[in-house]
Design a protein around this ligand. Structure first.
Ligand SMILES: CC(C)(COP(=O)(O)OP(=O)(O)OC[C@H]1O[C@@H](n2cnc3c(N)ncnc32)[C@H](O)[C@@H]1OP(=O)(O)O)[C@@H](O)C(=O)NCCC(=O)NCCS
Length: 158
């Protein structure tokens, strides 16, 4: 994407939350998972230490990342890119922007959990230098009732 711009937010108007929910729904439905509603995204953002980076391109929001930080430890809560913008470096740019903000405020580690069947997300995290930090067996339950492991990853900052 040639005109990608990134916006750092600690709160978002309802109209933007609706756009982010549409991105989340499209991104997660493409991998057979359910996306979040605008109010779920809004309440996560309002948590203490929460912030988002939104990527805009070609006149609209294309993807976003939600982070929460407390006592020097940060968690990547979710990242989603609209399927029409996949593989154009949007997620890479979102993680880089979040990382810059976290390093500026002195956070030491960025943690995340991902379903073990989420091949694109695992490829992204490994490409960006996250390392495997553990596994929670059967942590996720699919709509069909199947149990799927969670993989935990971490990235040392600073
Ligand atoms: C995972 C996701 C955020 C990646 O977004 P993206 O903007 O397409 O990723 P990028 O273009 O920044 O990719 C950066 C690198 O990650 C890796 N990668 C990303 N998607 C990949 C895929 N489908 N297959 C293999 N590698 C992939 C590649 O190494 C890629 O670099 P390259 O394109 O130069 O090879 C996107 O697929 C998505 O929204 N998925 C659904 C939601 C989701 O799974 N979120 C994470 C939940 S924990």
């Amino acid at each position: 994407m040639t005109d990608l711009s990134l916006e750092l937010l600690e709160e978002a108007p309802e109209r933007l939350l609706e756009q982010l929910a549409a991105i989340h729904r499209n991104a997660f439905e493409a991998i057979g998972q359910q996306g979040w509603s605008a109010s779920q995204i809004g309440s996560t953002l309002r948590h203490e230490g929460g912030f988002a980076v939104v990527a805009h391109g070609e006149g609209q929001a294309r993807g976003f990342i939600l982070i929460r930080v407390a006592a020097g430890e940060a968690e990547l809560i979710t990242v989603a890119v609209h399927p029409s913008a996949h593989r154009s470096g949007v997620a890479r740019a979102l993680v880089a922007a979040a990382r810059m903000r976290l390093e500026a405020e002195g956070a030491e580690t960025l943690f995340l959990e991902v379903r073990s069947d989420n091949v694109p997300a695992i490829a992204l995290y490994e490409k960006l230098g996250f390392s495997r930090a553990g596994l929670r067996a059967g942590y996720y339950k699919t709509t069909a009732g199947e149990r799927i492991d969670a993989l935990m990853y971490q990235l040392d900052l600073g």
